[in-house]
Each structure stands twice: as structure tokens, then as C-alpha cells.
Design a protein. Structure first.
Ligand code: HEC
Ligand code: HEC
Length: 241
């Protein structure tokens, strides 16, 4: 084989390799749903609030479609739903909608999204909807929410924020024990500050920096500060943590 021919083959290989990669690149249904649909449809499962709804939540839409669109063969179910989504979003109408009359009256028919989203993108969106808004997943999420709601605040926060990666209640670890923090302070104010904004240099024997917990709610931060501060009182009576 001549050198020239070899390079030609190599070049062809590279080029087709490239185009193959391009067509294989998957559309991101989650990102597309967020970009193209979240202006009107709430995407949370379950939605945190139903106030100010301009459209049914995506969860409600998907459960609806799964309920109303029938297929004998379960593997055809997803494809039929995708087909409906691909059509409805471009060409919606009162007669096609599975929404009940009262909801249609209050929301109005969905405005066509023609020109704003392609059929391929809708395919990816429909697949994501089908996989995400799932009865079993919803059940698990609700059970998890109920489990967390039943826990005392401090226990839930310890679990969710992993405070115990660094802190122990009674013993110093890489961070001071909660009981020694409790003994050092007489008000929750500095504790709230430190949890919110992080802390460093206040505890001489600890080199580590405590990161800020920006995503915690004020209620959780205040509850945690109060729980820590009160540990010294429980300690006197040898109460548990
Ligand atoms: C401008 C607001 C708006 C946007 C943007 C929007 N929708 Fe809707 N959509 C609605 C409203 C309102 C309804 C309820 C009335 C109806 O069924 O037409 C609805 C209904 C639907 C339904 C039918 C539900 C049923 O039970 O029949 C589907 C499917 C749907 N939307 C999918 C989408 C998807 C996917 C996107 C993003 C590509 C999207 N929508 C973007 C407002 C919107
Ligand atoms: C990555 C390790 C780490 C994690 C996780 C961590 N902390 Fe800390 N924490 C520290 C260190 C280190 C200090 C001591 C910082 C210093 O010297 O100022 C500290 C100090 C504190 C203090 C005392 C601050 C002060 O003002 O004296 C409080 C209160 C506290 N942590 C609460 C918490 C709570 C509540 C959580 C979970 C929401 C948590 N920490 C998670 C490392 C951690």
C-alpha cells in the first residue's frame, strides 16, 4: 500500500469517525425539558406548590398520558406517548388534550411551540418524561419524604448535611465536639453565623475549615444551633445525644 493511499484511508477514517460521533450524540431530555417547557410546567416530582399554576405539572401531564394512552404491548406504550407529545406540542387543540374540561377552561389550551422545539428534541423530552415521572419512583420519593418528616430536626439535618463526617456529639474529631461547642457559647447567634457562613480559626486545635452551608434553610440552621446549644443542659442529666 502506498503511503499516500494510507493517509487517504486514515483521513476518511477520521472524517467518518467525526460524523458518526455527531449523529450519535444524545439529546439531553432533562436539559431540554427545563429550557423549553419549565416556563409553564412545574418539573418537580411532586411539585412543592400548586400555587400560581399556568399549566398542569409535568408529573401530572405524564401520569395523565400514561393513564389515557393505551397499548397492549408495554414496549409500545412509551412510543405511543412520545408520538402524542411530538404531535401535541406542535399542534395542540382542545379536542386532542386529555385534560378535563374544567382544567382546560382554567388553563386555556397550550400555545403551539412550533419553531421553538424540534421533533427530535421532543423525542428526547418524551423519553425523559416517561422515565422520570414514574409511579414507583414517586412512591419512593414520598416514602423518603415521610421518613425525613418523622425525624427530629437535628437527626434529619445530621443525615442530610453529613455534619458527622467531621463532628461527633461527645468527642472531638477533625472538628470540635458539639458538646464542647455548646459549652463555649451562651446564645445561638454565633452558631447560626458559623453554620451559615462557615468558620475557621475559632478553635485553636483544629486546622480544618468548616464550609458554609448555603443551601440549608434558616429554619434548619436555627433549629440545629438551638439543639447544639442545649446539649450542655442534657449532658448534666446524662441524656442521650
Ligand atoms: C406557554 C406555556 C406552555 C409551554 C411553554 C409548554 N406548555 Fe405544555 N401545556 C400548557 C398548558 C396550559 C397545558 C394544559 C392545557 C392543554 O392540555 O392544552 C399544557 C398541556 C400539555 C400537554 C397535554 C397534557 C394532556 O393531558 O393532554 C403536553 C403533552 C404538554 N403540555 C407538553 C409540553 C412540553 C413537552 C413542553 C415543552 C416542549 C410544553 N408542554 C411547553 C402550557 C405550556
Ligand atoms: C468538613 C468538616 C465539617 C463539616 C461537614 C461540618 N463542620 Fe462544623 N466545624 C468544622 C470545623 C473544622 C470547625 C471549627 C472551625 C473553627 O476553628 O473556627 C467547626 C465548627 C462548628 C461550629 C462552631 C463554630 C463557632 O463559631 O465556634 C458549629 C456550630 C458547627 N461546626 C456546626 C456544624 C453543623 C451543624 C454541621 C452540619 C450542618 C457542621 N458543623 C458540619 C468542620 C465541619
Amino acid at each position: 500500500m502506498s503511503m499516500r493511499y494510507f493517509y487517504l484511508l486514515l483521513l476518511v477514517g477520521l472524517l467518518t469517525g467525526c460524523t458518526e460521533n455527531k449523529t450519535e450524540k444524545k439529546l439531553d431530555g432533562e436539559a431540554l425539558l427545563e429550557q423549553k417547557c419549565s416556563k409553564c410546567h412545574n418539573l418537580d416530582m411532586p411539585p412543592k406548590s400548586y400555587d400560581d399554576e399556568v399549566a398542569p405539572s409535568m408529573m401530572a401531564v405524564t401520569f395523565h398520558l400514561k393513564d389515557f394512552i393505551k397499548a397492549n404491548d408495554p414496549s409500545a406504550h412509551e412510543a405511543k406517548i412520545a408520538e402524542f407529545v411530538e404531535d401535541y406540542v406542535i399542534d395542540p387543540s382542545r379536542s386532542k388534550s386529555f385534560c378535563d374540561k374544567a382544567s382546560l377552561d382554567s388553563y386555556g389550551v397550550m400555545p403551539s411551540q412550533k419553531g421553538k422545539v424540534t421533533v427530535d428534541e421532543l423525542g428526547a423530552i418524551a423519553k425523559y418524561m416517561y422515565d422520570t415521572y414514574d409511579n414507583q419512583k414517586m412512591l419512593k420519593i414520598m416514602q423518603e419524604q415521610q421518613r425525613l418528616a418523622r425525624m427530629p430536626l437535628y437527626q434529619r439535618v445530621l443525615e442530610q448535611q453529613r455534619c458527622e463526617n467531621c463532628h461527633d456529639v461527645n468527642k472531638d474529631k477533625v472538628a470540635p465536639s458539639f458538646i464542647s461547642i455548646s459549652k463555649k457559647y451562651s446564645s445561638t447567634k454565633p452558631l447560626i453565623e458559623s453554620i451559615k457562613n462557615g468558620s475557621k480559626g475559632k478553635w485553636k486545635n483544629f486546622k480544618l475549615i468548616m464550609p458554609p452551608f448555603k443551601k440549608m434553610t434558616d429554619k434548619d440552621i436555627e433549629g440545629m444551633a438551638k439543639w447544639i446549644l442545649e446539649l450542655k443542659n442534657k449532658d448534666k442529666t446524662k441524656g442521650q445525644k
